[in-house]
Write a protein that binds this ligand. Sequence first.
Ligand SMILES: Cc1ncc(COP(=O)(O)O)c(C=O)c1O
Length: 420
Amino acid sequence: MEFNPNYEPMSNPINFVKGEGIRLYTSQNEEYIDAVSGTFNISLGYSHPELVELLKTQVEDLIHVSSAFTAEAAQDVLDDIVASAPEYITHGWMRDIIGSTANEGAVKIANKYNGKSEVISLALSHHGQTLYTTAISGNAFRRKSFPNTVSVQHGVVPAPYCYRCPYSAKGAPECGFLCAEAIYDYVHYGSSDNVSCMILEPILGNGGNIIPPDGYFERIRKICDELEIVLIADEVQTGIGRTGYMFASEHYDIKPDIITLAKGLGGIGIPAAAILYRSQFDVFEKFEHSYTSGGNLLSLAASKKTVEIVSREGFLENVRTNGDLLGSMLQKLKEHYGHIIGDVRGIGYMWGLEIVDKNGDPDPDLTNRIISIAQDDHHMILRGSRYGFGNVVKVRPTLTATPEDIQEIISRLDKLFSRL
Ligand SMILES: Cc1ncc(COP(=O)(O)O)c(C=O)c1O
């Protein structure tokens, strides 16, 4: 794929000064719909009133004290998060502020636990932008310009991308999950017998909203057990309700050893992150993974409230119901515009449209054009996969989006596609 240094999803720079729900406003009061919740982190919508009120009070009371004095508050939030997590996840760590370092923390935990160092990840994966997480992500384009990117022993196995199966197989389970079986190849022939962990996104987000087939995670868990590999689920995008379930790990029964969270945990864009794990992975000393702003009081307050709101009766059910509605409307668009939309896949409020050319091949240029036209002419913000190198348009409204909001997003998409 051509390197496109000028890619910028926002074709015309816009200064937004106000936001409410899925809508953003300029200083001239022009309205835009944000169909992707910021970078999928505005889980409760812009300016959710309950969070705004709470944070105003927190700002007035106390914004920050050293994490030496926030252990109790952090544990209180962790207790709430863990209460909604799969039952084997019992402990956690809240001294990060972003997903990249939470993922580094998860790998550090695995390394300390088993004394090994190598990491396996999936092709097309994205686990962050620090030097280390860039190095272990299965997407080389972000490290292209950085010759000093840390060199780590790291194996990439194929993504469970059935729509474009790397083995040209006809589908799972008949394929025998060759992409999962590739772990054996790396361990036996590529590694130094030193594999510590495998990190995967339950749904590859940046890679193109790729949803593994039924049976995939069961196979992965079995292989990790057999080879004594710690399994880390990077739920930075999928966690806290995005799929219509609090954790994708719960819905897909992934049974990971460690789960990382960030993005949506802060509700309205407040930076927040957490690492959750089974009890035997409670191995960190405080000095081993602790950032100045990690677990600051605004972050903790926002996380606690967000988890409380998402846990309310009916909240996730709404995401599932409205998500099904969004999915069926996107499928209808595919029926109309099948020469442009090759595939529609998703769950909850996490959907992707695979954009293809006349031969059915990936069309990143058209994908980027769609995103620009959406913004310039239809006042709707969308994002593409692989930061402009990919061919998937993502549609991921805030978890609070109503059926009317969904209808509006679809109507703008319909107008846009009818012009192409
Ligand atoms: C799946 C996944 N993991 C980790 C990260 C990194 O999170 P952050 O940007 O908060 O460091 C991202 C960010 O896009 C992500 O999508």
